[in-house]
Write a protein that binds this ligand. Structure first.
Ligand SMILES: [Zn+2]
Length: 337
């Protein structure tokens, strides 16, 4: 019997309908074809442990050597001259931004939209990054969010779209930072739910009681009891800091590694599907106790269709209890750490 569950963090009603996806062998039905999962072919298994040489593509604007194909960069880590090779993580304005850069007037959608190129490697998605790179990428994302808030934007956040089914138009793994001159309604509503109580420790305790913790540690990753998506996970530091841009380097480090490890399990279990990672954070003025920044991982295995559009309710065909069991079992090979 499908179950109706309420997800307190997203505020969504979720129907968990095990149905056709209740059995492990049916996972293959919902995995996108390999063409939608760039950089994930057989033989790539050694990427994370050795990274012998970066893959590159001659016509990719995000590959090292092709810096002239992007707008002038706004930040980098590593060495080299601006807009030349030598970088480790590179940030450029999005050539096709969601928001305009001009002054905000009523009715205009203004802000900033940037691309954070995860590494020079054309094929290393977040789940395949080595420890130092994963941490450096999340630090850069935090600092760019902070930069835009310091500049007076009303809200800024970071996310990853990986794979065409997740909205990525360029295969080279990258994250995005968007700053806005308005605080989005969903962000306001999430903060309102958190203002009643910090929902992260509550959900983590419920996840622990239901055996839904996938990776334990200072920044656990768990399947939400009312997961809005199949194999969806959340990852958060235990500290109660409200905002991503206020996280310490040490907090960023453990969350970066938690997210990386969680994505590696998704890759292993599901054959490197498309996915989104969203870093949920409070707007300026939201303080500890009023929000708890965290990452949400959403493998893109299905599509929102008529039912979801008509009801606002989401359907998850893989019970989180089953997802957590499978994800725990999908630990990377022992020498991959
Ligand atoms: Zn590339």
């Amino acid at each position: 019997m499908p179950e109706l569950r309420e997800d307190p963090i997203s505020g969504r009603s979720v129907i968990v309908a095990a149905g056709r996806a209740a059995r492990p062998h049916t996972v293959a039905e919902v995995v996108p074809p390999p063409a939608e999962a760039p950089g994930t072919r057989a033989g790539d298994d050694d990427r994370r442990r050795s990274r012998p040489e970066a893959s590159m593509s001659a016509d990719c604007p995000f590959c090292a050597g092709n810096e002239a194909m992007t707008p002038p960069e706004v930040a980098r880590t590593g060495g080299g001259e601006p807009d030349a090779p030598g970088w480790r993580v590179r940030v450029v304005p999005n050539l096709y931004p969601i928001v305009g850069a001009g002054a905000h007037v009523n009715g205009s959608a203004t802000g900033a939209h940037e691309v954070v190129i995860l590494s020079p490697d054309h094929r290393a998605d977040f789940g395949a990054l080595d420890d130092d790179t994963a941490v450096e990428v999340l630090l850069v994302m935090r600092d760019r969010v902070g930069h835009h808030l310091d500049a007076g934007r009303a809200f800024a956040f970071a996310f990853v779209n990986h794979g065409r089914a997740a909205g990525a138009s360029i295969a080279h793994p990258h994250a995005q930072v968007v700053a806005l001159d308005v605080v989005p309604p969903r962000v306001v509503e999430m903060a309102e739910r958190f203002a009643v109580q910090d929902l992260v420790p509550g959900e983590l305790a419920a996840a622990r009681a239901a055996d839904l913790v996938v990776i334990d540690g200072p920044a656990p990753a768990w399947c939400p009891p009312a997961s809005p998506s199949a194999y969806g996970m959340r990852c958060a530091h235990r500290s109660t800091r409200a905002r991503f841009d206020e996280a310490t380097d040490a907090e960023i480090r453990v969350v970066a590694l938690g997210v990386r490890d969680a994505l590696a399990r998704v890759d292993t279990l599901l054959g490197s599907p498309a996915y989104n990672v969203v870093v949920h954070t409070g707007a300026p003025g939201v303080h500890a106790g009023e929000m708890h920044w965290h990452a949400e991982l959403v493998p893109r295995l299905g599509h929102h269709a008529g039912f979801e559009f008509g009801t606002g309710m989401l359907v998850n065909v893989v019970p989180p209890e089953q997802a957590a069991t499978l994800l725990r079992a999908a630990a990377p090979a022992p020498d991959a750490a």
